[in-house]
Design a binder for this molecule. Structure first.
Ligand code: PRX
Length: 652
């Protein structure tokens, strides 16, 4: 845990509350508070009854013997069940909705592709056969480093079809970060694409794979989907290792689903923690499927006719759970967009909603704040009458952004769900239910079915009424991570050791008088920059890998647009002098090591960093400093108070 358990106070708009309209309530899956209360109680008191009923439509080859067994850390969900998630996400819809659009995709330049459930199924089967013909077997990890194209979804589902846990690496990661993830996962096969469009520019994904693999000979096959072609993204194929998606063939291999046990790992997704190396969060098959299936249905009030647009990249957990698995298991139509929100201009999102009659929009506060800056005209020019529900995820939403989202995008008609969850939780755990609860700007809301949150002090004791503390869970839920890939000790140390008997989220929160949870952000050394989760340790280790840097500390500074901006303090080796050119170079260096999304917003030089006597950097003082506040809390543990004084003087 960090040395900074400083949790900021309340927002000004806290008291405002927005009831769902009578019209929304009347058509909602759940429209009465009593229904939520009854189902919530049932989900805790009789999880067997609750989850068995709510997942009855999913395709299990053999039913579970027990819904939940084991302890908290090693909880087993749907024990004894056998299944393949693609049967729930694809095959089961073929009898009822084969021709229904599963995916509507728009490329950044404007082309549109529609894939029906039958087409998506066929393509997944074809790729599953090809993967098998490459020797991929159940349990083998496959890394997917692709952009926002239907083939990425096909790739994920094809891996699931053959029982090979996929590990999707966000296309914004640089070669070193990609290499580290491939190495840690032990994948022998990487699926990628030549390039992707982003803001009119080509992101050269295959080239980054080549760079990553230059020191990773263990990878046997690289399959390249040619999205852009040689004119925009020429690629080099390494003979014997690389082949194009288009030339793949299944030979004699079968496309039949590999039937796996409930605990079989479905995917590994790397995320930043408070210590150096990213963690491979493992999600297993049945519990995860159940969690995303049921949460998609209730939180988004999903109906068969809905067109659901989750704007998250598939490289993050939101894309996994609410662009791919949750909506497809429910047979919904999903929208997927390749590019940037301002390409060709800031009207793109709204035109996309109009064009495809999107009814549910799920996006991040950072995006909303960026739209606010551009003025309402772009939104107002589009016909948004198809929208009926809005969602927010990834970071705390400030009430001003919430109200703009509600009034300007939702035209004061669409409820907003502010959903709190994490890569580790797999599915939404705190939210309001749109037909049941009034929403409160800046407040995630109440526990979703199966979640039992508790806000506690560092010693594990419950906080007093409306007091801030650490957000934890008191019992296992089906979407809970099954472990950290290859590192069971870290799983325990990170999530269960800090507060015995609780799952430790790393977030700070408080509850209002009506029990609404307000999550205020990370209390550990993890930053949330524009909705991207960035570990301070990763940035620091990227910085110290530069020859000029002796030591570095990364902290977040409150930022109107990004939520947090990334500020780094750098101590140089004696042979190097500070200056704007070196600051720029260090910024580029981090972008090269991790990815552009982790490029520091501000590089500052310091003579020394504030440390405890045992040598630990006291980031909380730096955090106060960059926020323009006097250092709060006990300074007596500082090894040298002068360091802080000097930094403050530099600030002034
Ligand atoms: O700090 C919380 C913030 O995002 C973190 C999880 O990041 P990640 O694993 O990348 O998953 C993001 C998408 C689920 C959390 O620890 N966070 C996520 N949703 C919210 C949020 N903070 C406040 N309100 C939210 N709705």
């Amino acid at each position: 845990m960090s040395d900074s358990v400083g949790i900021i106070g309340a927002y000004s708009n806290e008291a405002r509350s927005f009831e769902p309209s009578a019209a929304f309530r009347a058509q909602a899956r759940l429209g009465r508070l009593e229904d939520y209360q009854r189902l919530y109680r049932e989900s805790l008191d009789s999880p067997e009854t609750f989850w068995a009923r709510e997942t009855a439509e999913l395709s299990f080859r053999s039913p579970p013997r027990r819904i939940v067994s084991g302890g908290f850390e090693d909880a087993r969900w749907f024990e004894g069940a056998t299944l393949n998630v693609t049967e729930s996400c694809l095959d089961r819809h073929l009898t009822t909705s084969a021709d229904k659009a599963a995916l509507i995709w728009e490329g950044e330049p404007g082309e549109v592709r529609r894939l029906s459930y039958a087409e998506l199924h066929a393509q997944v089967v074809t790729l599953a056969r090809a993967l098998r013909s490459l020797g991929v077997r159940a349990g083998d990890r496959v890394v997917i480093y692709m952009g926002m194209v239907p083939e990425t979804v096909i790739a994920m589902l094809a891996c699931a079809r053959v029982g090979a846990p996929h590990s999707v690496v966000f296309g914004g990661f640089a070669a070193d970060a990609l290499r580290e993830r491939i190495r840690d996962s032990g994948a022998r096969v990487v699926l990628t694409q030549d390039g992707a469009w982003r803001r009119g520019k080509v992101v050269e994904l295959k080239r980054t794979v080549d760079e990553a693999l230059s020191t990773l000979p263990e990878v046997e096959h690289v399959v390249v989907y040619e999205r852009l072609g040689p004119r925009h993204a020429p690629i080099q194929l390494q003979p014997g290792r690389d082949l194009t998606w288009q030339e793949l063939h299944g030979g004699e291999a079968s496309g039949a689903p590999e039937i796996v046990g409930a605990d079989h790992p479905l995917f590994v997704l790397y995320t930043s923690g408070s210590t150096g190396k990213p963690k491979g969060v493992v999600h297993s098959t049945a519990g995860y499927l159940a969690a995303v299936h049921v949460s998609t249905r209730y939180v988004f009030d999903l109906k068969p006719e809905d067109v659901f647009w989750c704007t998250a990249d598939v490289g993050w957990v939101t894309g996994h759970s609410y662009l791919v698995y949750g909506p497809l298991s429910n047979g919904a139509t999903c929208v997927m967009y390749e590019g940037a929100p301002n390409q060709p201009d800031w009207g793109r999102f709204w035109q996309l909603i109009e064009r495809h009659r999107v009814s549910i929009l799920y996006t991040a506060p950072t995006a909303i704040r960026a739209f606010i800056r551009q003025g309402p005209e772009h939104v107002q020019r589009a016909d948004l009458s198809s929208l009926r529900l809005l969602g927010s995820v990834g970071e705390p939403i400030n009430p001003e952004a919430w109200i703009w989202y509600y009034e300007t995008v939702g035209q004061s008609r669409c409820p907003i769900v502010d959903t709190w969850w994490q890569t580790e939780t797999g599915s939404i755990l705190l939210t309001t239910l749109p037909g049941v609860h009034a929403a409160r700007p800046g407040s995630a809301g109440l526990p979703f079915f199966g979640a039992e949150p508790a806000i506690v002090r560092v010693d594990g004791s419950p906080v007093g009424a409306q007091e801030s503390g650490l957000l934890t869970m008191k019992r296992a839920w089906p979407g809970m991570l099954a472990g950290v890939w290859g590192d069971p000790a870290r799983y325990h140390a990170q999530y269960f050791a800090p507060i015995p008997g609780h799952y430790f989220s790393g977030d700070g929160a408080h509850q209002d008088a009506d029990g609404y949870y307000r999550v205020v952000g990370r209390i550990d050394d993890v930053l949330n920059v524009a909705g991207h989760r960035i570990g301070t340790a990763e940035v620091e280790s990227a910085l110290v890998s530069h020859p000029a840097v002796a030591e570095a500390a990364a902290v977040g500074r409150p930022d109107e647009l990004k939520g947090q901006a990334l500020v780094v303090f750098v101590c140089l080796k004696p042979s190097h002098a500070p200056g704007p050119a070196l600051a720029a170079e260090l910024g580029e260096h981090v972008a090269r090591e991790i990815g552009r999304f982790a490029k520091p917003d501000d590089v500052r030089f310091a003579e020394a960093l504030p440390k405890t006597r045992s040598g630990k950097i006291m980031r909380r003082f730096l955090k106060d400093l960059v926020a323009g506040q006097a250092p709060r809390g006990d300074t007596s543990t500082l090894e040298d108070l002068n360091v802080l004084v000097q930094l403050q003087q530099a600030e002034e």
